[in-house]
Write a protein that binds this ligand. Structure first.
Ligand code: ATP
Length: 638
């Protein structure tokens, strides 16, 4: 087939530009990325060969070779892995951007240091070749196809690439980098070897480089006169330069922190050191090894629904799949690592994983390991470490309360909230802290849910409790309504919303009122009730408020207004449950209303009190213009 030219998709073009500039300070990672791709290609072939040994094409040793040419200024990386068809080349490296690319580009900040970290996580893999090369040639042939079905891809990274069908006798992929000006540092065996042993020592396949070695001359020649002279000449031979042992199979005592960290980088593309590394070998009825990492930074697509998460699954050292999501519950999707099982079949599929007791056991033991480690971190004297974890992953951990019933108690202990104790928007208060500060006889752990921390902190509902010195947790994450629906108690203390039903601690504080006052109150309540009709479930005198004139609360057991708003935003139509309007009869506004007699005069006040209470609660008024008109009329009339 003739050479044809294609253009990169716009997103790919943007990405290339960005990478070339932003990753400059970390340029040697190109090699790690390409080696990682080669290793993936070998993993895939090894897996395919389990059911089809023809694919080996007579080459049983799977390996990666690296060489450089000082004159031509090129570096070549070669693997004898699975290779790619023409269509796969087009799809994988060229016209079609990775599904995350757009989202990734939207996340960019313009700050080089931050962006380069993002790029790393995003795993731009192959394109990182253009950090050091101004021309890249990729030659590949899919294992199992005929020798003349090879493909050559070529690009200088400036918007276009060419494709040509070529003959390639050996399966696999070869990438030739034509180095840019100023990149001569990579034309050095020492430097290349160093990068490989730093980043790719524990890739499970051998990586070879050419090395000079003295080789004995032919025996015939040696038969001559000078028999003793040890004639030998220097020759280049392929020598393995990495350890090529999967890191997790090594004894812990032989693995340095650096080894662990470098392997984490290979897995996650994250430049940051992981927060925790948990390496376990399990023997007995079940045999497997797990190497789990808790990252320090969240991946940029932590909340991306399309993103696949999970661990790499190996069976008896053979790579099976990436993102085996059944090995970790969804809420621990930020955990990276490897599980290598001796008990699963090699032909295991995602479907089998879904309902497999071996997987279930590995998963629950792995979850336990992660949670136990977090519990330990949370107890650490240096609170900043766990706090840092919570600031990054707290919202996701909250999903655990909903998702993971078996571990609910442990998870509850790991939760952190904002509270009136320190008023801070940062979530630093644990339920145990709260319980430790509970007043004598306090009935429940109180919380308030609002749309934002500021709205919660300024809520009129807090007034009465604040006066009594009772702490209230302030919840304003979207997930909090679901959290409290599932977390109804902690250490025998129930959790209770302060804008739903009555609060025992406040009811017993009702101040003495004279019979006359009581009558006046009853009549005020009746008047408002009549004016509001079916807009409210009830009007009653509050114990909650000290400064504000009124507030809305939900009836005991009914959905809070905040929850109703969330459900509506999610497109759920619900039968309206009406709010209870609580009034503060000591407030000057209410005293004003108390002396009005005519229903026509009371009505705008009643509506105004209800609507301002709803506004303070974060509700959107159905008729804002009518509200403003009413307020203006009332203001003009005073
Ligand atoms: N040496 C190779 N042999 C076979 N296929 C390859 C090779 N290098 C790249 N590919 C194919 O090209 C795709 C894109 O590679 P790239 O490195 O850009 O991203 P990735 O490997 O999918 O992502 P990540 O780098 O995050 O693992 C790969 O998924 C793979 O299918």
């Amino acid at each position: 087939m003739q050479k044809e030219t294609h253009v990169f998709q716009t997103e790919v073009k943007q990405l290339l530009q960005l990478m070339i500039h932003a990753l400059y300070s970390n340029k040697e990672i190109f090699l790690r990325e390409l080696v990682s791709n080669a290793s993936d290609a070998l993993d895939k072939l090894r897996f395919e060969m389990v059911s089809n040994d023809q694919l080996s094409e007579g080459e049983s040793a799977l390996k990666i070779q690296l060489e450089f040419d000082e004159q031509a200024k090129t570096i070549t990386l070669r693997d004898n892995g699975i290779g790619m068809t023409r269509d796969e080349v087009i799809e994988n490296i060229g016209t079609i951007a990775n599904s995350g690319t757009k989202k990734f580009l939207e996340k960019l900040t313009g700050d080089q240091a931050k962006d380069s970290r993002l790029i790393g996580q995003f795993g731009v893999g192959f394109y990182s070749a253009f950090i050091v090369a101004d021309q890249v040639t990729l030659r590949t042939r899919k294992a199992g196809l005929a020798a003349d079905q090879g493909v050559e891809w070529q690009s200088s990274g400036d918007g276009e690439f060419t494709l040509e069908t070529i003959a390639k006798p050996t399966k696999g992929t070869e990438i030739i980098l034509h180095l840019k000006e100023g990149m001569d540092e990579f034309l050095s065996a020492y430097r290349l070897k160093n990068i490989i042993t730093t980043y790719s020592d524990h890739i499970s396949f051998p990586i070879e480089m050419l090395e000079e070695q003295a080789v004995k001359q032919d025996a015939v020649e040696q038969d001559g006169e000078n028999k003793d002279s040890d004639k030998s000449k220097m020759e280049l031979v392929w020598k393995q330069i990495n350890k090529a042992t999967a890191l997790w199979t090594q004894p812990k005592s032989e693995i340095s922190d650096e080894d662990y960290a470098n392997f984490y980088q290979t897995l996650s593309h994250d430049f940051e050191k992981p927060l925790a590394t948990l390496h376990n070998k399990v023997e007995g009825t079940l045999e497997y090894t797990s190497l789990l990492y808790i990252p320090t930074k969240a991946p940029f697509d932590l909340y991306d629904r399309d993103r696949r998460y999970g661990l790499k699954l190996y069976v008896k050292r053979v790579f099976i799949m990436d993102d085996a999501e059944h090995l970790m519950p969804n809420y621990l999707r930020f955990v990276r690592g490897v599980i290598d099982s001796n008990d699963l079949p090699l032909n295991v599929s995602r479907e089998i994983l879904q309902s497999n007791h071996v997987v279930d056991k590995i998963r629950s033991a792995s979850v336990k390991r992660i949670l136990d480690h977090l519990v330990k971190l949370a107890k650490d004297e240096d609170a900043s470490v766990y706090q840092g974890f919570w600031n990054t992953f707290g919202q996701v951990m909250k999903e655990g309360i909903i998702e993971d019933y078996a571990n609910r108690d442990k998870l509850a202990g790991l939760m952190r909230f904002s509270s009136t104790h320190n008023q801070d928007a940062k979530q630093t208060v644990s339920l145990a802290d709260y319980v430790g500060r509970m007043k004598e006889g306090q009935q429940a752990i109180y919380y308030l849910i609002a749309d934002s921390h500021a709205a919660a902190l300024g809520s009129p509902h807090l007034e009465g409790l604040r006066k009594k010195g009772i702490e209230v947790l302030l919840l304003s994450d979207r997930i909090d309504e679901w959290l409290v629906a599932h977390l109804t108690e902690f250490e025998g203390k129930s959790l209770k919303s302060i804008n739903q039903g009555d609060i025992a601690e406040l009811a017993d504080e009702a101040p003495e009122v004279t019979e006359e006052e009581q009558q006046a109150r009853t009549s005020l309540v009746e008047k408002l009730q009549q004016a509001l009709g079916d807009k409210v479930a009830e009007v009653k005198v509050t114990h909650r408020l000290t400064d504000s004139p009124a507030c809305v609360v939900a009836q005991e057991g009914a959905m809070t207004p905040h929850m109703m708003r969330l459900m509506e935003q999610m497109g759920q139509t619900l039968p309206k449950s009406l709010p209870v309007l609580e009034i503060n009869p000591n407030h000057p506004l209410l005293q004003k209303v108390a002396i009005l007699d005519e229903q026509a005069a009371i009505e705008p006040w009643a509506l105004f009190l209800l609507e301002q209470a709803q506004l303070a609660d974060g509700d959107n008024l159905a008729e804002p213009a009518a509200f403003i008109k009413r307020v203006n009329q009332l203001l003009a009339s005073v």
